[in-house]
Design a protein around this ligand. Structure first.
Ligand SMILES: [Zn+2]
Length: 503
């Protein structure tokens, strides 16, 4: 019987957000250890309230397929929503719990391998490339036993990570839909290597490219052909073929798109495929993300779309304050424009403001209140906005914290204590706000909402104001040289070789 450990420490960091991510954010969202973790994963409630079966469920399924030979050993799993940099103390606590857990499992029954699920775009105050430190720490305990790592498609590959892991695999979908499949793939590689059936060989490339590929959706042009090529490679010649499109607000000098290919014992094939995928990505660098409208133009557009509003709703995505990309969620720019310009259209929107929630939590539904909301977490991006309205309802929800719905003229404003993660219909419908009645619904998300809102959404508008998730704001971060599209880059290969330490 071979024992293979599994663990997760995952958060996606937006270096431009001033809202630090602390241990409380992990513990309030998802934190499990040992038997409790295995039970939750097995029961299909891996990340309670958010994900039923994701990477660890995929890994455990791979282990169950070989139940006579493989015992999965649960170590620890911690996940927090996207946000600002993780505090040093939080990181070191999670790191210690991970490494203590691995050490204990190794001492008690031995470990013949390990699967480590990391986001790949975690940033920590004062610690460069923190995820490589986690991989190296596990490697030191494991010795030569196989260590397989998975990343989100927005993760960043670095030389230190590649050198410490036997294999790194990433999602192949955006919006992400293959979490469990990715964990299963990682599991099969770790299991195969532990049983001596496979000999993973990994090759990778790193591109000085932070924005490209148009909408970056895997099933739409121009990225469709790239992900098809990766999937075809997995059917024929590779154990895993990954294309990582980077989180542009992740502060790492060696940030960029990357590719990683793992084969069974064929180094040359892995190199060839990683290179081919990198060329396919580079050829798509000039497809930049769409230009987004101003708030005023989007509201005028929504007003003209009266038939679509009647048949469903118009969805406006606040691209400058995308909570699922680490935005603070407290921007008032779009809210102010909706108050001023969307009169007569029933509009649902969300804002994070713990102080405002605390100030009115004691009041009863129906009470009239006047207060200012937003602009407190990230005061440099937007100012607080004074509003007056009535309390429609109050809720205490896991993940969002205490929540107050305010009726402010034609707006139904959802004020949250925790992250204002307006991405799924349930964010509003769980509060009694019917999407069939709304004219305009605001989301703070880039793409996944397009799938979730499919039954209701009749028109999508992206708005750019000013905030932590503006694409161009990422250009102000520090890089190890010129990066496309901020700078002119003729050839990706010299930087790739420098980042990999290749001759
Ligand atoms: Zn992602």
């Amino acid at each position: 019987m071979k024992r293979i450990g599994f663990a997760r420490i995952a958060q996606e960091t937006n270096a431009l957000s001033p809202v630090a991510t602390t241990l409380r954010d992990f513990e309030a969202s998802h934190y499990l250890e040992g038997d409790g973790l295995l039970a939750a994963v097995t029961a299909g409630r891996e990340v309670a309230g958010l994900f039923r079966r994701v990477e660890l469920a995929g890994f455990v399924a791979a282990a169950r397929e070989r139940r006579a030979e493989i015992e999965p050993v649960a170590i620890v799993s911690a996940w927090a929503p996207s946000g600002g940099p993780v505090s040093t103390a939080c990181f070191e606590t999670l790191e210690a719990r991970l490494l203590d857990g691995v050490r204990r499992a190794h001492r008690q029954g031995g470990l013949d391998g390990m699967y480590l699920c990391l986001h790949g775009a975690m940033g920590v105050v004062g610690i460069a490339d923190p995820e490589s430190r986690l991989i190296r720490g596990v490697r030191e305990i494991l010795g030569g036993a196989p260590l397989v790592v998975s990343h989100d498609l927005h993760g960043n590959l670095t030389r230190a990570r590649v050198e410490a892991a036997d294999a790194i695999v990433a999602y192949q979908t955006n919006p992400h839909r293959d979490h469990a499949r990715t964990g299963h793939k990682a599991g099969r590689i770790a299991i195969g290597a532990a049983l001596g059936e496979l000999r993973p060989e990994m090759a990778w490339r790193s591109l000085p490219l932070i924005l490209g590929g148009g909408s970056t959706i895997d099933f739409l042009s121009p990225m469709r052909a790239v992900f098809r090529r990766a999937r075809r490679a997995e059917r024929r010649e590779a154990l895993a073929a990954s294309v990582l499109m980077a989180h542009p607000w992740n502060s790492d000098p060696a940030l960029g798109w990357s590719t990683a290919v793992v084969t069974d014992g064929d180094r040359a094939a892995a190199e060839r495929l990683a290179d081919e995928l990198a060329e396919l990505c580079w050829a798509r660098r000039h497809h930049q993300p769409p230009e987004f409208a101003s708030a005023g133009d989007a509201i005028a557009d929504a007003r003209r779309a009266w038939l679509r509003r009647k048949l469903g709703c118009v969805t406006i995505a606040d691209a400058s304050d995308v909570v699922t990309a680490g935005g603070p969620g407290d921007s008032t720019h779009l809210l102010r424009a909706l108050l001023d310009g969307a009169g007569g259209m029933l509009t649902y929107c969300a804002i994070r403001d713990p102080q405002a929630v605390a100030a009115i939590w004691g009041r009863s539904p129906g009470a009239r209140v006047a207060l200012s909301v937003g602009g407190t977490l990230d005061p440099d991006s937007s100012p607080p906005l004074p509003i007056a309205g009535a309390i429609a309802s109050k809720h205490d929800r896991r993940g969002f914290g205490r929540t107050v719905v305010l009726a402010v003229e034609h707006l139904r404003l959802v004020v949250t204590e925790g992250p204002a993660m307006a991405m799924r219909p349930a964010f509003y419908t769980d509060l009694g706000l019917s999407l069939w009645k709304a004219d305009i619904v605001v989301v703070k998300n880039f793409f996944p909402f397009l799938l979730f809102f499919l039954p209701y959404n009749r028109k999508t508008l992206f708005v750019r104001t000013r905030g932590a998730t503006d694409f161009h704001a990422a250009f102000g971060l520090a890089f190890d040289g010129p990066v496309h599209p901020r700078d002119a880059v003729d050839d990706w290969r010299p930087r790739d070789r420098a980042r990999r330490g290749a001759p």
